[in-house]
Design a protein around this ligand. Sequence first.
Ligand code: CP
Length: 310
Amino acid sequence: MERRRRHLLDLASLPTGEIEHLLDLAESFTDISRRRIKKVPTLRGMTVVNLFMEASTRTRVSFELAAKRLSADTLNLSSSGSSTSKGETLLDTARNLGAMRPDIIVLRHRHSGAPHFLSRNLDAAIVNAGDGWHEHPTQGLLDCLTIRQHLKKIEGLRVAIIGDIAHSRVARSGITALSRLGAEVVVCGPPTMVPPGIETLGCTVTFDRDEAIADADVVMMLRIQKERLGEELFPSEREYARRYGLSRAVLERAARPDALVMHPGPVNRGVELDPDVADGPQSIILDQVANGLAVRMAVLYHCAGGEAAA
Ligand code: CP
């Protein structure tokens, strides 16, 4: 049977049923990583190109490992060491890679919309691994999966997302997916870091951290995206930590004792999240990382047209 390739460009355009389907599919892939032989032949003969034009640890490594665990051939390309550093455009780079007929191209890029652009110009399935400030769909999925595993549901939960909302593709994918699945999402950050109109994605806004985390089932802290700040948006890191960071004292005073703490990583320790909270009993950060692998296996399988071929 001919496999029908699919893109994963964002969660906003994905029907809610498909989000739920990808979460269920990811759940079914979690078991493979617990086996002694962590490899299945599902994507044997297929080629996955990881094109990372921005820095990444978790996403890049887990896409590569996901492809390998599904027996696909993988190759990795980043801006340093590729002909991008000689001035080659994204489209030229992608077209040249496309000439070698990969099945899937996973793209991380600093420009919002770059994966959509490639999807209009190449035959390969395109997977968005984070585009500018826009979306990080596999992060949104892995966050939902992690919450669902711990709390057995998403509908009816209160999720607080705190930090640099303006520059965060994680926030946009998270708000979209969580609100569609029935969570009450509240976002919080300095007024300079909460964009006007963010409510249209399906959240409410407060500028008071303690109000945001009161009664929250999940507190998701976000990194200050220093690499995207064109100007100072808060007086100092010390002041930011005092008003918007999560310390043990704040967690104990303002949050429920069973509230879960999440962070997409990398963490600015001591700024948005204190080490004793990041590494403490309420933190599920490493579960997020583990689920990233299962989600990316599911997404590669889905984008390769796996269900159609099954
Ligand atoms: N969460 C996330 O995207 O991390 P990386 O930038 O390390 O991939």
